[in-house]
Design a protein around this ligand. Structure first.
Ligand code: FAD
Ligand code: UDP
Length: 370
């Protein structure tokens, strides 16, 4: 055998596992079918701006072990995610907090805001049965109508009455003036971009890009004692039990010859009529500066359009409903019967992991294995 481990996928899961294996003295080969490393966190420099090619990524975690690990490979800036909602030209602060309530109702004190929410949530009696009821019971009908309904229906392609309540529960509701979108102890963007961070993790490790595992699975398997597979689990089994579903996103990128398009990294378009869900202006993840600290004259924006996934599209969000959960459970049984292979990451485990959870999972697996 030429290698101890063949790692399929140069995304975060693969990179963490490869780094840990090399550190433990193992020989490792990493392959990826894309022309670049870093998987979905890949950033590409355009006019001095690190553009998040597969969607905006903001690192946030409460896990000190993960933070101590990842900061060995990049320094993180002090970016704090504070998206703005645009409802037909009216701007609101997110997540839902005193700035939002003041703009919506003119209320000034937390007591006044709480009273307003209390009055509006009365229409929901009993346990909320779906996302609409859950949203109204959290923040009232006005906010539901202007900031939640349209956005959610565009994002998921389904009516709010047909979506599970839990989706909306992850957004904070605060009676304080605090626009920080995440309740996380550690948050930021890696200075120099995510691609550089992953390149640092993979330093000294052999990586072959534009290389599809399935183009010669038997040949690759014969090269290593063990395989770590981070691609879609259903693809590994040749879709023999059927295809798992995903939501996909289409990004329309534009380079503009002006320094400032929207004044913020993320603006959500929360009405139903605007076809995109949000616009990302990438330079604001790094405060509009290039790597030498100079102001950037141009800007790159990405409009995001949410769509139902079909074969050939990039699979972005696993659809964690009952039907897909049951099918995944069947694939997992097949996976458990395979010898010398580890299924890991967002696609390998069909799980909507944030970056910190993927890193934690890969570190745990490496600890158990190596
Ligand atoms: P991936 O990054 O998908 O890597 C898997 C790799 O395997 C890919 O590079 C793929 O090309 C390769 N591969 C697949 N099949 C094969 C094959 N047959 N042969 C060779 N290679 C193969 N998380 C956050 O914490 N904060 C955020 O703000 C955030 N925003 C997000 C926004 C969007 C639009 C999306 C989709 C996700 C976001 N995430 C965010 C989640 C984050 O992207 C994931 O947690 C993380 O990237 C998963 O890493 P991974 O290694 O499991 O998967
Ligand atoms: N959401 C919303 N309005 C917004 C932002 C989010 O209604 O302006 C809802 C929407 O249903 C979304 C959920 O809150 O699916 C969770 O939002 P989050 O930003 O956490 O979603 P992500 O894209 O990170 O999965």
């Amino acid at each position: 055998m030429m290698y101890d481990y063949l790692i399929v996928g140069a995304g975060l899961y693969g990179a963490v596992f490869a780094q840990q294996a090399k550190k433990a003295g193992k020989s490792v080969l990493v392959i990826d079918k894309r022309p670049n490393i870093a998987g979905n966190v890949y950033t590409e420099e355009v006019e001095g701006i690190n553009v998040h090619k597969y969607g905006a990524h903001i690192f946030h975690t409460n896990n000190k072990k993960v933070w101590d690990y990842i900061t060995k490979f990049a320094e993180f800036n002090r970016f704090t995610n504070s998206p703005v909602a645009n409802y037909k030209g009216e701007l609101y602060s997110l997540p839902f907090n005193m700035y939002t309530f003041n703009k919506m109702w003119g209320v000034v004190t937390p007591e006044e805001a709480a009273a307003k929410i209390e009055e509006q949530r009365k229409e929901i009696t009993g346990e909320p049965k779906n996302l609409e009821e859950q949203a109204i019971s959290l923040v009232g009908r006005d906010i539901y109508e202007k900031l939640i309904k349209g956005y959610t229906e565009k994002q998921w392609g389904r009516d709010c009455k047909e979506l599970p309540a839990f989706i909306i529960k992850r957004l904070p509701v605060r009676l304080t003036f605090d626009n920080n979108y995440f309740n996380a102890l550690y948050q930021g963007i890696p200075v120099g971009g995510y691609t550089q961070m992953v390149a640092n993790m993979l330093e000294g490790i052999e990586v072959r890009l534009d290389t599809d595992y399935f183009a010669d699975k038997a040949g690759f398997d014969a090269m290593a004692e063990k395989v770590v597979y981070t691609g879609p689990i259903d693809a590994y089994f040749n879709f023999s039990l059927g295809t798992l579903e995903y939501r996909s996103v289409r990004f329309e990128n534009e380079l503009l010859d002006k320094p400032n398009f929207q004044g913020n990294a993320a603006v959500n378009y929360t009405d139903r009529e605007t076809p995109w869900t949000r616009i990302i202006e990438h330079k604001w993840f790094e405060f509009g500066k290039d790597k030498n600290g100079n102001d950037l004259p141009k800007t790159v924006i990405s409009r995001e359009y949410s769509s139902e996934w079909k074969p050939g599209d990039e699979p972005y969000y696993p659809v964690n409903d009952e039907k897909n959960g049951a099918l995944y459970a069947e694939y997992k049984k097949l996976a458990e019967k395979e010898k010398n292979i580890i299924f890991g990451g967002r696609l390998g485990e069909y799980k909507y992991y944030d970056m910190d959870a993927v890193i934690a999972a890969a570190l745990d697996k490496a600890e158990e294995e190596l």
